[in-house]
Design a protein around this ligand. Structure first.
Ligand code: NAP
Length: 301
C-alpha cells in the first residue's frame, strides 16, 4: 500500500510527489493524458520564478524528472473511482488496475470550457479546437478566430498569427483579462484583427466549420474562417471524485489553502480547487501544502 496516491500529474501533483518523497513516504502519481498538465501546451512560460523563459512542455518534463529522481512512482492510467475507508483507499482505474493508499491527493486539474453552442461538440476536430499549439499547424495560411480574452486566448492568437493568413480575436468585452504586454504585441500584428464586444451566436457548417455568426454592437457579422480556437477558460476536472469532497457553486473543490477536504485522508491541490488565482505558481504551492498535510495525517495514524 502506498502512503500517498496522487491523481493528476500536472504541476500541483508532481510538486506534491516531490514533497511526499522528501518527507520519506512512498508515493504514486497517476496521470491520464500526459505528465505536465495544461502547462505542457503553453508555448512559452515567462512568469514562473527561476525561469526567464521556458516552453511549458520543457517545464512539465522538469517537474516529472524531479519527482521521479526523488523516487516517485508514476503510472499512465485513468482513475475511475476511489473507494474504501478513511486511511485505506482503493484507487480503481479504467483499465482494471487497482492501487491502495493511506491517503489520496486529487490534483486532477481543469479542462477547457466550451461555448455551449448547438453544433460545437460535433465540430470539435473539424474546425473547433481547444489547443493552438497542438492544432494550429492544420490551419497554416488559412483564416482562423480565437474566442476569449485571457492569457490563453492572447497566447493562442499570437502563435496562430505566425502561421495563419488572418486571426480574428473575438472577445465579449472591450478590455482584456490577459496581460497588457501580450495585447500590445498583438495590436502590432498586421494579420490580427480585434473583434470586441462580440459574442459568437452560431457556428456554421455541417461536417466542418465554414464561418461563425457574431452579435456585435453594429449588428450581426459573419466571419468566414476555417478554424475557431476556443480559449474561454477551464472548468474543474473533478467529476469522478465529487462525492469525496464538498464543491462550490462552480464545481471546484471547496477547500482552503490547507488543501484539506471533508474526508481527513483526501486532499486537493491545483486548478481543481476553489481559489482566486489559478496559476502555475499557486498550483505548485498547493502541491506542497497538500503533500505536507497528507504526511501529517499519515503520521497521526
Ligand atoms: P481566463 O483568464 O479565465 O480567461 C477566460 C476568458 O474567456 C475571459 O476573457 C472571459 O471573458 C472569456 N470567457 C469566459 N466564458 C466565456 C464565454 N462563455 N463566452 C465568451 N467568452 C468567455 O482563462 P485562461 O485564459 O485559460 O487562463 C487561465 C489561467 O491560466 C489564468 O490565470 C491565466 O493567466 C493563466 N495562464 C498563464 C499562462 C502563462 O504563460 N503563464 C498562459 C495561459 C494562461 P471575461 O474577461 O469577460 O470574463
Amino acid at each position: 500500500m502506498y502512503d500517498v496516491v496522487i491523481v493528476g500529474g500536472g504541476p500541483a501533483g508532481l510538486t506534491a510527489a516531490t514533497y511526499v518523497r522528501r518527507a520519506g513516504k512512498s508515493v504514486l502519481v497517476i496521470e491520464k493524458d500526459g505528465f505536465g498538465g495544461q502547462i505542457a501546451w503553453s508555448p512559452r512560460v515567462e512568469n514562473f520564478p527561476g525561469f526567464v523563459s521556458i516552453s511549458g512542455a520543457e517545464l512539465g518534463d522538469k517537474f516529472l524528472q524531479q519527482a521521479m529522481e526523488q523516487g516517485a512512482d508514476v503510472e499512465l492510467e485513468e482513475v475511475s473511482e476511489i473507494s474504501g475507508d478513511c486511511g485505506h483507499r482503493i484507487i480503481k482505474c479504467l483499465s482494471g488496475a487497482e492501487f491502495e493508499a493511506k491517503t489520496v491527493i486529487i490534483a486532477a486539474g481543469a479542462k477547457p470550457r466550451m461555448l455551449g453552442l448547438q453544433n460545437e461538440e460535433a465540430l470539435v476536430g473539424n474546425g473547433v479546437c481547444f489547443c493552438a499549439v497542438c492544432d494550429g499547424i492544420f490551419y497554416k495560411d488559412k483564416p482562423v478566430a480565437v474566442a476569449g480574452g485571457g492569457n490563453s486566448a492572447l497566447q493562442d492568437a499570437m502563435l496562430l498569427s505566425e502561421k495563419c493568413s488572418k486571426v480574428y480575436l473575438i472577445h465579449r468585452r472591450d478590455s482584456f483579462r490577459g496581460e497588457a504586454k501580450l495585447v500590445e504585441a498583438l495590436r502590432k500584428k498586421d494579420n490580427v484583427e480585434f473583434v470586441l464586444n462580440a459574442t459568437i451566436e452560431a457556428l456554421n457548417g455541417d461536417t466542418e466549420l465554414k464561418s461563425v455568426t457574431l452579435n456585435t454592437p453594429d449588428g450581426k457579422r459573419e466571419l468566414n474562417i476555417d478554424g475557431l480556437f476556443v480559449a474561454i477558460g477551464h472548468k474543474p476536472d473533478i467529476g469522478a471524485f465529487s462525492s469525496l469532497m464538498a464543491l462550490d457553486a462552480s464545481g471546484y473543490a471547496d477547500s482552503d489553502e490547507g488543501c484539506t477536504t471533508v474526508s481527513p485522508d483526501i486532499f486537493v491541490a491545483g486548478d481543481c480547487r476553489r481559489k482566486k488565482v489559478h496559476q502555475l505558481t499557486t498550483a505548485v504551492a498547493d502541491g506542497a501544502s497538500a503533500a505536507l498535510a497528507a504526511c501529517e495525517y499519515i503520521d497521526s495514524l
